[in-house]
Design a protein around this ligand. Structure first.
Ligand SMILES: Cc1cc2nc3c(=O)[nH]c(=O)nc-3n(C[C@H](O)[C@H](O)[C@H](O)COP(=O)(O)OP(=O)(O)OC[C@H]3O[C@@H](n4cnc5c(N)ncnc54)[C@H](O)[C@@H]3O)c2cc1C
Ligand code: FES
Ligand code: FES
Length: 1329
């Protein structure tokens, strides 16, 4: 068996071309994005095509490129987004439709979405909506809220509303009214955001063919062992099974690499290293599938996606009683990871990895699965038993053995198998706990003959409750057995405090809750089995089969994955508006098509520049410590390492006294940057980091929580306070007083594009060009200037586009830019710094967690007379924006309510966590949750529905806020009423109550939340903007302004403005980038006001230009734009103008508690309905209706996109996104596995958004409103619907309805709040034994 020292030729194709190296940077195919590196986000999705040796067919499947070892591509054809279509040649319908359906915002996720959809269409040109949902479930998007992405995909689906009439691209529902200007319009309200008729049809014959060279290779497969040598790793791919066994005997320690979805992440984040990897990809024996009368043997090399198909086929062929295990496996295969991972991961790899969270092993174990092992010594079979799963040597593979196949027997009559799983989200999330359960009854009886139960997620390995099962043999399937089983299970599945992921009580509750579900399921099945018996069998009497009341049946149903539907309504433009004027129309994002083809260039897509070096950051591993020494010597010895940058290398200022760029003597949190390695490659730089030795001396006190900070009086700034009326006096006069506490967790920005910067030093005059992903290039420029001690005019920051910011790219990019600039200055080389997802999450803070206390006094009719709220936010270790966030929080706390006697106080706590910073909504989403929770508490005390209390206390007429700013709440009330109306709230409230009466284990909740959101900054100087507009002699126009394109469509809106002002089509206009050289001294693009202020500046510049052109136009009114421009040039009229917007006056006098801090308000209301599973804590979102006052939207598609995206992000904040830290302050949740942002399956089943028609006019550009942030808080309607459902469960169970409000309302919180006999068992467990 040869293993040559020279590498074989690695043959594979990319986009139809033969290549032999990596395809992102080396082949310069940067369309494939890199966002997590762990297979969890789908940004890097590409399609792999291979010829299946068994079926001889070409298989196309999506994979996450970040986990695909290049050597595994031998003989494969890879299609990246660039191979699908291009704006330069031909767009693919998938690309065209995702862009035109407004499915792209920042565009960083878009190539991955396109590839997932494209692969689906290669396999199913007319997929079902369910297939579409399944194909996209592994792709994350942080901007859009997924609805428009789904809308684009649905246009390919057979049964969709936008159905493809025999490939014409036309929808049967719309035939006859295809006027593109009508856009689904009824009266002046539109319900369509794009024109389906424009779409080119899908023509499968136009796709790239499988390369003939690869086909020939597949027809006559190479039997030789192929060896590929890397720098440190050798990849060996045998051509025959015999060679594989021989190699395994020779290298027993070498892992077999199949999908690399287990090995890959471990090598990346746990530092596992394997010098030799054995690839059995060419061994057909590992892909054999054979069916017998007793069971199914599946080759260990089969992918999980293939296993799913095989099982589905068997289920359709065999009677139900034989397929119990297969059905259970299928259930979990639907939710296990995303489609890409299922395409890559192998059955063998899954079993052998023995992850404690494995979804399949618990079922395979109870299903009496056998593992067929082979080595040079021969074959043998071992059971997939608890001992195997625990890794006992006696029950395990020998190092030289491989798993050839897996035998899964059929189930039999009187045997029942079920699978259970609970995760943070329904799909694409690792389970918290899962289980496989099987029971076999003595034929014709309910006597347990055999019972197996295994759990995942409760220990270091999958755990079997063998002892409990043995003790229950011979027992009847009844309530007594159930009770005893639960107690025994709790005893046996002991779950130590260190159990993976913690949450011990929740997991223990799931252990018994799952068994209860199993008990009910089996009881149901037994009932069905009895019926056919003509003569009652003695042991089968009704005593053993008590009717399960209909109310309890709800425990049995799982939440099905439903494809979201919905309507978006907006007011159409005035019928007199010229067709050419794009303002108010749903114009596609300027970069939409480029996003979809991967041609939109992000910071890290900039080609490598001459002599470029890479930088990696060294961060503190201690929360609060003195730095005793830093030893760089070993790192500097690593080949390729050029230098290590420390604070001593900074020629200018090292940040501020309290917030250093690079730590000097002391560190204040885990993740604080200490120094930075500069090396030739990023791999070398990261390797060197490991070699830097830092010794610390721990300091005290270490503070992580708000509670600890309060105890230690540890605050970042003085208290902020607003007060009105006489609160003490008011409390004395009220009927009732309630006090409560609210905890709101923090939130990670999770922009898809992590922080990145490229600094290019120039040879002359200390000039630097900085390409950076930021919301505030002027801040980066200023910080670099002070750090390097170079005047600002030598530094130019460029921002082409940002892959999502959400506030997280306002302050921090300056730190990364400055450190990279120090490296560039010291080494004289360009420096590229790209943060990994783990580092990004570790180093940068996010939304401030909040702890709020309220005391509310009210009358029995629900009128609130006095409200006292005190909030503390966790600011982390430096001030950053914490004082401002506290101020905004206090200013916005009253939300939509007029309460005469108020006191709001807020403080930012100083703790040893990374500094928290700006995040969409800037304190409002956290603070207002306290206010709304307080309203809910009042409602509970008054015995009235919360919406009544909301209505009763809402502003009704022109009034003044707590800080004495006058405003008119008319639009607020209109939004509220319209939301109640369009959602049929009152009817549905009754239906919810009806449902709750009929169902014990499932409860529904509904909530409607009003919103008054103030836009802008509370300081006049922040409301200025500038623009520079050049008209060139050919008539084309270049617009530059101070806003940054973060995905929010600001550039699109600016061109709409310029188009209207200059009265020329948008095609004449262009925006290249935001640059500090063209528009200086810009304000951060934030606070929802960017399009407004910059729009005014663009408008001003255009008006100046038009004024200059007026005499020429007057002279030649019939002339063309080009002629006028030519004439202007001839007449020496300047064709370049600076526009300026002097801004809104905004101020706040905190001494007096008075001011005019905000230019205007956005009003809205959202109604959400959910259903919770009281036994698991899971929930499904049944419906959401949002009504938002956008006034005269500049671009309804973009604005609706902002509302939907913010809403889904808010939903994540309030339901799934949970930051977890170790007791030492190390952030655990550092990637998409541990930190769950909403996926496409989390979108409400019905999701309707309406822009309030003809609302009042603010003094903004064309009376539009900034909608970037406000939708975030409306996500709380889901939270309050969940708490409404929990309250219904608690009421029925006779438990106090006033419970501590905690956000996010995770499955853990919901489950434990719905206390019942099982939670009781867990709490009282020790009393039983
Ligand atoms: C983003 C993501 C999400 C995921 N979500 C889930 C989830 O929700 N639920 C869940 O259960 N799992 C989940 N997983 C885990 C996934 O199921 C496993 O990683 C996968 O099944 C492993 O298969 P593989 O082919 O990639 O293994 P590889 O990584 O290629 O190999 C894993 C190990 O198996 C050994 N091995 C492989 N085949 C054989 C063989 N034939 N004989 C002997 N040894 C062999 C290898 O030596 C290696 O040690 C997720 C993984 C990722 C990356
Ligand atoms: S899945 Fe590959 S980068 Fe996230
Ligand atoms: S558009 Fe999807 S992440 Fe930005």
């Amino acid at each position: 068996m040869p293993c040559p020292s020279r590498s074989d030729e690695l043959v594979f194709f990319v986009n139809g071309r033969k290549v032999s190296v990596g395809y992102r940077h080396h082949v310069r195919l940067t369309g494939t994005k890199y966002a997590c590196g762990r297979g969890g986000c789908g940004a890097c999705t590409v399609m792999v095509s291979k010829r299946d040796p068994t079926s001889q067919e070409i298989r196309h499947f999506s994979v996450t490129a970040c986990l695909v070892p290049i050597c595994s591509l031998y003989g494969a054809a890879v299609t990246t987004v660039e191979g699908v279509g291009s704006i330069k040649t031909r767009l693919h319908p998938v690309q065209e439709r995702i862009a035109k359906s407004h499915g792209t915002q920042c565009g960083f996720c878009t190539p991955g979405m396109v590839m997932s959809m494209y692969t689906l269409l290669r396999n199913h040109p007319q997929p079902s909506e369910e297939q579409l949902l399944e194909a996209l479930a592994g792709n994350l998007c942080r901007c859009t809220g997924y609805r428009p992405i789904l809308a684009s995909g649905k246009t390919f689906c057979l049964e969709s509303n936008g159905c493809q009439q025999k490939g014409t691209g036309k929808c049967c529902l719309d035939l006859g009214e295809n006027d593109s200007s009508s856009l689904g319009r009824k009266s002046d309200i539109c319900t369509e955001l794009f024109v389906k008729e424009e779409f080119q049809p899908l023509d499968p014959t136009q796709e790239l063919i499988f390369p003939p060279e690869l086909l020939r290779m597949a027809e006559d497969p190479e039997k030789r062992t192929l060896t590929f040598h890397g720098e440190r790793v050798t990849w060996i791919s045998p051509g025959t099974f015999k060679d594989l066994l021989e190699l395994k005997a020779k290298h027993p320690e070498a892992p077999l690499i199949l999908g690399n979805t287990s090995l890959g992440p471990a090598m990346r984040s746990k530092g596992h290293f394997h010098p030799i990897l054995l690839s059995p990809a060419r061994i057909s024996e590992l892909n054999v599938v054979s069916k017998t009368n007793d069971g199914l043997t599946i080759g260990a090399g089969c992918s999980l996606a293939h296993v799913k198909d095989i099982l589905a086929e068997r289920v359709s062929e065999l009677p139900e009683e034989k397929t119990q295990t297969y059905r259970a496996l299928l259930k979990h295969l639907k939710s296990l990871a995303g489609q890409q991972i299922r395409n890559m991961a192998s059955l063998g790899g899954h079993i052998i990895s023995r992850h404690s969270y494995s979804d399949l092993n618990p079922i395979l174990a109870v299903g009496n699965t056998t593992l067929n092992l082979t080595s040079e010594e021969g074959t043998r079979r071992i059971p997939l038993s608890e001992h195997f799963l625990a890794g006992l040597a006696s029950a395990d593979l020998k190092p030289e053995e491989i798993l050839e196949s897996v035998y899964i027997p059929h189930s039999q009559k009187w045997e029942f198998v079920s699978a259970f799983r609970q995760a943070q989200c329904q799909h694409n999330a690792l389970p918290d706990v899962n289980a496989g359960m099987r029971v076999l009854f003595k034929e014709g009886t309910d006597i347990i003959e055999d019972l197996s139960i295994t759990y995942g997620g409760v220990g270091a390995a999958t755990v079997s409750a063998h002892k409990s099962c043995q003790q229950l043999l011979g027992r009847q399937w009844d309530e007594l057995m159930l009770d005893e089983a639960c107690r025994r299970l709790l005893d046996e599945v002991s779950l130590p405090g260190w159990a993976p992921g913690g949450r011990v009580e929740f997991k223990r509750t799931l252990v018994v809750s799952f068994f209860f579900k199993f008990y009910l399921q089996v009881l149901q099945e037994l009932k069905k089995l009895i019926k056919p018996f003509p003569v009652p069998v003695s042991s089968l009497n009704s005593r053993h089969y008590p009717e399960i009341s209909d109310r309890f049946l709800s425990a049995l149903e799982d939440f099905p994955g439903t494809v979201p539907q919905g309507v978006q309504r907006y007011q159409s433009v005035d019928s007199h508006q010229p067709l050419q004027d794009p303002v108010g129309r749903p114009v596609m994002h300027l970069s939409g098509l480029k996003h979809a083809t991967g041609e939109a260039e992000f910071c890290d897509d900039i080609p490598m520049v001459d002599k470029e070096l890479h930088m990696a950051l060294v961060t503190s591993t201690r929360a609060y410590a003195k730095i005793i020494s830093i030893d760089l010597s070993k790192a500097l010895e690593i080949p390729g390492v050029v230098d290590v940058i420390t604070a001593k290398d900074i020629p200018g200022t090292n940040g501020t006294e309290d917030d250093k760029l690079l730590a000097v003597d002391e560190v204040l949190c885990v993740g604080q940057i200490i120094c930075a390695v500069v090396a030739e490659t990023d791999v070398q730089a990261k390797r060197a980091i490991e070699k830097i030795k830092i010794t610390y001396e721990e300091l005290e006190p270490i503070i992580f929580t708000i509670e600890d900070a309060i105890k230690h009086n540890s605050f970042l700034c003085p208290e902020k306070k607003l007060e009105q009326g006489n609160i003490e006096e008011a409390f004395e006069k009220v009927d009732q007083i309630v006090e409560g506490e609210v905890h709101v967790g923090g939130q990670e920005h999770f922009y898809m594009e992590t922080q990145r910067v490229l600094v290019i030093p120039k040879t002359e005059d200390k000039e630097l060009d900085i390409y950076v992903s930021t919301q505030d290039p002027a801040h980066v420029q200023k910080t670099v200037s002070s750090t390097l001690h170079i005047p600002i005019n030598r530094i130019t920051c460029h921002v082409k586009r940002v892959g999502g910011g959400f506030g997280g790219k306002i302050g921090r990019p300056a730190v990364f830019g400055a450190i990279a600039a120090v490296g560039a200055l010291k080494t004289g080389h360009p420096i590229r710094l790209v943060l990994d997802r783990e580092d990004d999450m570790l180093i940068t803070g996010g939304r401030h967690p909040l702890f709020g206390k309220y005391k509310v006094g009210f009358m029995n009719n629900g009128r609130i007379k006095a409200l006292d709220i005190e909030c503390f936010i966790n600011g982390g270790c430096t001030l950053d924006d914490s004082e401002l966030v506290t101020e905004f929080l206090i200013l916005k706390l009253e939300n939509a309510y007029k309460i005469r006697n108020l006191r709001f106080r807020g403080r930012a706590c100083l703790t040893n966590l990374p500094s928290n910073t700006a995040f969409r909504g800037f304190g409002f989403p956290q603070g207002t949750l306290v206010t709304e929770s307080c309203i809910t508490a009042v409602a509970a005390k008054c015995g009235l529905p919360p919406e009544k209390i909301r209505e009763k206390n809402m502003y009704q007429t022109v009034d003044k806020t707590i800080y004495k700013q006058a405003f008119n709440p008319e639009s607020l009330i209109r939004c509220w009423n319209e939301c109640l109306d369009t959602s049929s709230f009152h009817n549905r409230r009754m239906q919810v109550e009806e449902f709750n009466k009929k169902n014990y284990w499932k409860k529904r909740g509904i909530a409607v939340i009003p919103m008054k959101f103030s836009v802008g900054f509370a300081a006049t100087s922040y409301h200025q903007a500038a623009a520079l507009v050049h008209i060139y002699t050919d008539g084309s126009v270049l617009v530059t302004h101070g806003g940054n394109e973060l995905g929010q469509g600001i550039h699109t809106k600016m061109l709409q403005v310029a188009s209207r002002e200059l009265k020329i089509p948008m095609s004449y206009l262009h925006i290249c980038e935001t640059s500090t050289a063209t528009v200086p001294n810009t304000i951060a693009t934030a606070a929802s006001i960017g399009a407004d202020t910059n729009g005014r500046a663009v408008q001003n510049a255009c008006q100046i230009l038009l004024k200059r052109l007026e005499p020429i136009i007057k002279k030649n009114p019939e002339g063309t734009w080009e002629e006028w421009i030519e004439a202007a040039f001839e007449q020496r009229i300047s064709l370049s103008a600076t526009g300026y917007f002097r801004g809104y006056k905004a101020f706040m006098d905190w001494e007096k508690g008075e001011g005019d801090p905000f230019p205007y308000y956005v009003y809205g209301a959202a109604c959400s309905e959910v259903e919770i599973d009281c036994l698991t804590g899971a929930h499904k979102k049944i419906r959401t209706d949002i009504v938002m006052d956008a006034c005269c939207s500049l671009n309804p598609a973009i604005d609706i996109g902002q509302i939907e995206g913010a809403f889904i992000q808010g939903m994540g904040l309030y339901t799934t996104e949970e930051l977890k830290y170790s007791p030492e302050g190390v952030l655990y949740s550092r990637g998409p596995d541990e930190y769950k942002i909403p996926t496409i399956s989390d979108v409400p089943e019905e999701f309707n958004v309406s822009l309030l028609p003809s609302s009042q006019t603010p003094l903004t550009i064309y009376s539009s409103k900034g909608l970037g942030e406000s939708g975030m808080f409306l996500g709380s309607s889901v939270f309050f619907a969940i708490t409404d459902a929990v309250a219904a469960a608690r009421k029925e169970r006779d438990i106090a309805e006033d419970f501590t409000v905690k956000s996010p309302a995770t499955p853990e919180w919901v489950r434990m709040a719905c206390a019942d006999r099982f939670t009781e068992m867990v709490w009282n467990y020790r009393l039983f034994f």
